[in-house]
Write a protein that binds this ligand. Structure first.
Ligand SMILES: [Zn+2]
Length: 618
């Protein structure tokens, strides 16, 4: 039987190895890790360590190590399948169907292939929509009427689904193919008794392809040309498309987010395309749903600053309230969240056209900061002149404040709220935190930063462990790891560090030679899709990867040696940049005779080099 690897990865993402090991071994918290007496060899003082961040256990005495599944196999004497089932049961997951008999297995195999081809099907449909646009004057006229250039239409891959019930029948050789239904392109309508009817979902609509962060087409949004309803129609939920997680325009905006330094979250795909045309290519949109925590978490992987834009009416206000709920768990001290309310007669597109880009930029910088919006929401309907009104404000503010991650911003909010309520800050905190003493641990484990599986802040593994034994008789490593090896070890062992690097540092690492670049770009992809994961989950996801062996050699063979302090990666990055700069300067020097601009450039690079060398010395 084969259990899909993606399921194992998901399972390990949800599992807490500390809890699993804790069922059999008495563990005590020591620093970042938990220590206990090794169940695999006899000992009197604990050298068995369990890391909640890595989701691995490791014995410094006998060298046994592994993830939660491995522990159950090794200690509980279970088979792999039994261990997976045991874990799945305790986390309420259904293990995908047994595929024991060959027919079953073949069916499952076909299923997987079908899913992989969904993107191809959608891509093909998108191509035909694009072709149709060129030969449909009304659609072109409509887009021009909205002020869009051909260039922007091309950049976003806009197309047109013609009127008529079965246009896709001329695009796909088999209109009966279930894949077309699964992809959300074709609707099957089987009324009682009547013969089944099949027809295209999108008819006479401007088509906006929705892409995932890899750039693959995962669905469509369609807008009517005239006054028909519904005005906007999206692909249904499919195996490749989930409204609650995807953001329209994110793939197209990636570069612009870095340059603008913030993302503008709008309410529709027309806003995104129009804003790109008007000089704001850093906009994205939710797809007919309120902004969820999944959305916000995804955005914060691309930028530290999010500006939500809403129409100034009551519906906009309600949507803003929901976005606030989505954003609060991520409102850490290093992030910036703002809410922009447009005048009620405008959407972003019409506002920029009426008042110009400068006016819109000013609106963005003057947008309401999260802290002020929290106060506004808390204050709603409260008469602050009465004790009752102030108490009501406190009760409205409490869930908002509790949802925030710990930090200076949260403390400041407490001050401000206590002031308005008219009681002492400590008293307010005591009231709020006593009431939620029990819920608090769960909250801090799940909410802040959106780190799913990191109940403690990551820090060194070795800090909590006794001095490393020499592993007598066991040959350790054949050679010391290189700087690149170390970078790879650190980032896989503690993925949170990847999360904290700048875009420039990411590219520096992604430009390393193979296999490092391949492995880190795989890691980056994991990060974009699933966020920060434990080493155990990463190792599972990497199974079968062309360079899996490299990671095994660097990490699995020496799990005790992969810790780092906070500064190590920074120092490696500085060294890598110095190396890169020196090479560039060398190449430029060769060209100085023929290229007059080379001298200026060398001067700049040398200045940067000096800064880097200085920081490294400190
Ligand atoms: Zn041991």
């Amino acid at each position: 039987m084969a259990i899909p690897q993606s399921f194992i990865q998901e399972l390990l993402n949800r599992t807490d190895v500390v809890e699993v090991v804790g069922r059999y071994v008495q563990l005590k918290k020591g620093g970042a890790n938990y220590m206990g007496l090794c169940p695999f060899h006899g000992e009197k003082s604990p050298s068995f360590s369990v890391s909640p961040t890595k989701q691995f256990f490791h014995c410094f005495g006998c060298g046994k190590n592994g993830n939660a599944i491995g522990f159950l196999m090794e200690h509980g004497g279970m088979s792999f399948i039994e261990a997976v089932k045991d874990l799945a049961q305790s986390y309420g997951l259904q293990v995908p169907e047994d595929e024991a008999d060959p027919a079953e297995r073949q069916r499952a195999q076909q299923q997987r292939q079908r899913q992989a081809t969904l993107n191809d099907v959608l891509e093909k449909a998108g191509e035909s929509y694009r072709k149709n646009l060129k030969t449909s004057p009304p659609a072109v006229t409509y887009l021009k009427g909205r002020g869009l250039s051909g260039e922007i239409a091309k950049q976003f891959g806009l197309g047109y689904a013609p009127d008529g019930w079965r246009n896709l029948a001329s695009v796909f050789s088999d209109y009966q193919d279930a894949l077309l239904v699964e992809a959300g392109l074709v609707i099957v309508n089987a009324e009682d008794g009547a013969q089944e009817k099949r027809y295209d979902r999108f008819r006479d609509r401007i088509m906006f392809p929705i892409r995932n962060v890899k750039g693959e087409c995962i669905g469509f949004g369609g807008r009517v040309l005239g006054e028909g309803t519904p005005k906007y129609l999206n692909s249904p939920e499919t195996p490749v498309f989930s409204k609650g997680r995807e953001l329209y325009g994110l793939f197209e905006a990636r570069q612009a987010l870095r340059e603008a330094g913030y993302v503008l979250v709008t309410e529709g795909y027309m806003d995104v395309v129009a804003l790109a045309q008007l000089g704001f290519p850093n906009a994205v949109a939710t797809l007919g749903t309120a902004c969820t925590t999944d959305h916000v978490q995804k955005l914060f992987r691309f930028t530290d600053s999010v500006v939500f834009s809403f129409d100034g009416d009551a519906a906009g206000r309600r949507a803003a309230r929901k976005a606030l709920d989505g954003a609060l768990p991520f409102a850490s001290d290093t992030r910036n969240v703002k809410f922009l309310f447009l005048p009620s007669e405008h959407d972003p597109d019409s506002f920029v056209r009426a008042h110009g880009t400068d006016a819109f930029s000013r609106m963005v910088s003057d947008a309401t900061p999260l802290s002020r919006f929290v106060m506004e929401v808390a204050r709603e309907g409260c008469d602050l002149d009465s004790a009752e009104g102030r108490a009501m404000l406190a009760s409205q503010a409490k869930p908002l404040w509790l949802a925030m991650p710990e930090g200076v911003l949260k403390t400041q909010m407490l001050n401000e709220l206590a002031d308005v309520v008219g009681i002492g800050q400590h008293e307010l905190q005591r009231l709020w935190q006593n009431a939620t003493q029990t819920g608090k641990a769960a909250l801090s484990a799940s909410a802040p930063q959106g780190k799913r599986n990191h109940p403690t802040t990551p820090s060194s593994w070795s800090r909590a462990t006794p001095p490393k034994p020499t592993f007598m008789g066991t040959p350790m490593r054949s050679k010391a790891p290189t700087r690149r090896d170390r970078a790879l070890q650190i980032l896989f062992a503690d993925m949170l560090q990847w999360d904290t690097l700048s875009g420039h540092q990411h590219s520096l690492l992604l430009e390393m030679p193979a296999p490092y670049s391949e492995l880190l770009s795989w890691l980056n992809q994991q990060w974009l899709e699933n966020g920060v994961q434990s080493l155990a989950a990463l190792r599972e996801g990497l199974r079968g990867h062309a360079h899996e062996a490299v990671v095994s050699r660097l990490i699995d063979d020496a799990p005790a040696d992969i810790d780092s302090d906070a500064g190590e990666l920074q120092s490696i990055l500085a060294a890598l940049e110095i190396e890169q700069l020196s090479e560039t300067i060398g190449a430029l020097t060769q060209r100085m005779g023929s290229d007059p601009s080379a001298y200026e450039r060398i001067k700049q690079l040398n200045a940067r080099l000096a800064v880097l060398k200085n920081t490294r010395r400190v």
